[in-house]
Ligand binder design. Structure first.
Ligand code: DQA
Length: 162
């Protein structure tokens, strides 16, 4: 073992010893706080992301956040962090219900995934009840508004420590 790096040959090399979580927001979530506030609330995505960064720092995690209206961009973001993250919190937006390439990219990551929805998708239109992500997610949080993201991050931290 090198006294300087603390790494043994074969150890995975990480820039930081801190765990890293990814947060992904799917299509239309950039409008959170302004679109259908009676359903999705009045807190903006920038405010949600700031709260997530603050909670991640308090928990000792690094956080990389991505919002995109394009499924392929979300897949590319996941690939960019392949083998270099410890958990994922994702609100896939409408891709929840049919985004199979996103679902496969998530499954490929091999880390715990928490699916988050601002609204309770099970209490809405029937087409929102099915999630193609749920079967590969460790947990689904729906209906807690933006606090659901914080619960998701805390769940990843608990899983990492258990
Ligand atoms: C959503 C629920 C989805 O059905 C919808 O398409 C969204 C947001 C939620 O956060 O409640 O865009 O994921």
């Amino acid at each position: 073992m090198s006294a300087e790096s603390g790494h043994r040959p074969g150890d995975s090399i990480r820039d930081s010893s801190r765990p890293k979580a990814l947060v992904l927001h799917g299509p239309n979530l950039n409008l959170t706080g302004r679109r259908e506030p009676q359903i999705y609330g009045t807190t903006t995505l920038a405010e949600i992301d700031a709260a997530l960064q603050e909670r991640a720092a308090a928990l000792g995690w690094d956080l990389a956040i991505c919002q995109s209206n394009h499924e392929g961009a979300l897949v590319d973001f996941l690939h960019a962090h392949f083998g270099n993250c410890d958990g994922i919190v994702i609100n896939p937006g409408a891709l929840t219900h049919y985004g199979l390439s996103l679902r496969d990219a998530l499954a490929a990551m091999g880390v715990p995934i928490v699916e988050v929805h601002l609204s309770n998708i099970h209490a809405r239109e029937s087409w929102r009840h099915h999630s193609v992500v749920a079967e590969i997610a460790r947990a689904q949080i729906a209906g807690l508004g933006w606090h659901g993201y914080l619960v998701g991050l805390e769940a990843l931290d608990r899983l990492k420590r258990s």
